[in-house]
Design a binder for this molecule. Structure first.
Ligand code: GRF
Length: 197
């Protein structure tokens, strides 16, 4: 039985699309994306539609509180027999109901070399602005297990990306995103192997 992946997104979903393609091509062996959960209307909805993937938009404002919202996400994932939860540009903190339902089974990607340039407020272009402001010569991609703090669980995979002379935040973001699209499927495939000896 293929491992069932549930992807959580807030944005355009380019990593989500890569993961769907990597499951279909066998780059991530023996796995399939069974659902996509969004916290707001966003481009990832169109990608889910294109591939015929079950997609739901659950906005926190429509729930009595954050825990009720997270419980609903956990229930939707469990209902679809999700074996691994993959965050792909999901801009919210994951809380108890989902963490407890999927212990060590939630991965996230961050567009820098954690533990540097991570944490609350470090998302999108801000990450790359901070990297350039710090004058480091290398950035990269980190894939990590998710816990109850932003960008904090154990890092399982990293790929370095050079910072070039004259880089703008946008140019660095583009180079890092290309690396994300290579790294995430690889990291997921490796992690799945550790789940299935
Ligand atoms: C990526 O840079 C990812 O590292 C970060 O959010 C962005 C999502 O981009 N967590 P996309 O929606 O996958 O295109």
């Amino acid at each position: 039985m293929p491992l069932r992946l549930g992807v959580l997104c807030s944005g355009r979903g380019s990593n989500f699309e890569r993961i769907v393609q990597a499951c279909k091509s066998g780059e991530i062996p023996d796995a399939e994306v069974v659902c996509c959960v969004l916290d707001r209307p966003a481009g990832a909805q169109e990608i889910a539609k294109k591939y015929g993937i079950d997609c739901m938009t659950l906005e926190p404002k429509n729930f009595p509180d954050r825990l009720a919202w997270m419980r609903q996400i956990a229930d939707e994932l469990k209902k679809r027999k999700t074996g691994l939860v993959v965050l792909a540009g999901f801009l919210r903190k994951i809380e108890k109901p989902v963490l407890e339902a999927f212990p060590k089974k939630i991965l996230n990607i961050h567009p820098a070399l954690l533990p540097a340039f991570g944490g609350a407020g470090m998302y999108g272009i801000k990450v790359h602005e901070a990297v350039l402001a710090s004058k480091v010569q290398e950035s990269g991609v980190s894939i990590h297990l998710v816990d109850d703090e932003y960008d904090h669980g154990e890092t399982i995979y990293q790929e370095k990306v050079p910072v070039m002379d004259g880089d703008t935040p946008e140019a660095l973001q583009k180079r890092v995103l290309e690396a994300e699209h290579r790294a995430y499927p690889k990291a997921i495939a490796e992690y799945i192997r550790t789940l299935r000896p």
